[in-house]
Structures are given as C-alpha cells and as structure tokens.
Write a new protein. Sequence first.
Length: 190
Amino acid sequence: MNRTVGILALALVVMAWGGAYACEHGCCAGKKADCAAKHADCAAKHADCAGKTGESARAAGHECGMKAEECAQYMKKDAETHGWLGISLEMNPEGQMSVSKIWPGSPAEKAGFQLEDRIVSMNGVEVSEKNGEKVYELMRGAKIGDKATFAVARGSNSFNLEAVLARMPEELLAESIDQHLKDHHKISQN
C-alpha cells in the first residue's frame, strides 16, 4: 500500500472506527505542532500494519511511542470530543474505500450506509490519493455533533448521505483501546 493510500485509509478509520489514535501521539509524543511529516509517515506505517495483531503488528515496524497507560488515557480523553461514525472500511481490489462493517445504532446506520458502499468524497473533498493528507486532517478534526456529508457509490448509483457524528460507545472505546494496546505496545499477550 503506498503512503498516500495508507494515509487516506487511516483518515477514514480514525473517524469511522475510532481505533486508530496511535499515529497522532505515536510519532509526535502528544505534540501537535510541526509534526505533519512525522504524522504522515506514521499513518502510512499504521495503514501497512492494519489488520495485523499482536506480534505481527510490531514485526511490521509500528509500535506506539507512548507508554501503554498514557496511551489509554490519551485515547479516552480524545474520545470525549472526537466524532464517531460507526463504520469500518477496507480497500477494495479497485483501490476504493468500501464499507465492511456498520455498527448497529451508529450515526452511519441512521444515515443509511450499507455494506460495500464506496466512499467517493467527504464534506466535498474527493477521497483519492492526491487528497489523502487533506482528508486525514479533515477527519482528525471531526467532533461529536459535527455533520459530515459523504458522496457514496452503491452499485451503479451515486448519492449523498449525511451523518451527525456521535460519541463512541464506552464498550467500543474499551475494545478499541484494548486492541490498540495489544497491537502496538509491548504487553503480555496472554
């Protein structure tokens, strides 16, 4: 997966699933200023190891740069304001991002997303390799209560879906944190 597609994939996952918090602080140790290049490199690494767990993720060269407890606290704090859509996305064989999971009761379900919908644009920004970093920044800034408009393709039809981003449910946040700690920290894998 090339770097831009990786950044784009991560951008969508950050808002859609909420489990990809590591790169913001993993490369920048919690500092947001002057870290765009490091952020992009880290996003690409995270995207390259997406879907891998435990030792295989660490073998892919991506570990979170924070201590596990600091990281968990950061993720909890970020979830207090970061908008959640409630979908999981994957790259299809044509290089497009498609919906692979929709959480019941999520803003995505309420907006009418369906499995295998392809994301064409978000808030008027085309989802493409050339816009990867722009989409990443757009989604990283998504807050609870924000409206997000998605142009989607379903079969041969195209249309817009609008969702009001919500707070990630506590149980899903706990699962996300647990998975991140297993995938990107040197902790016991019992």
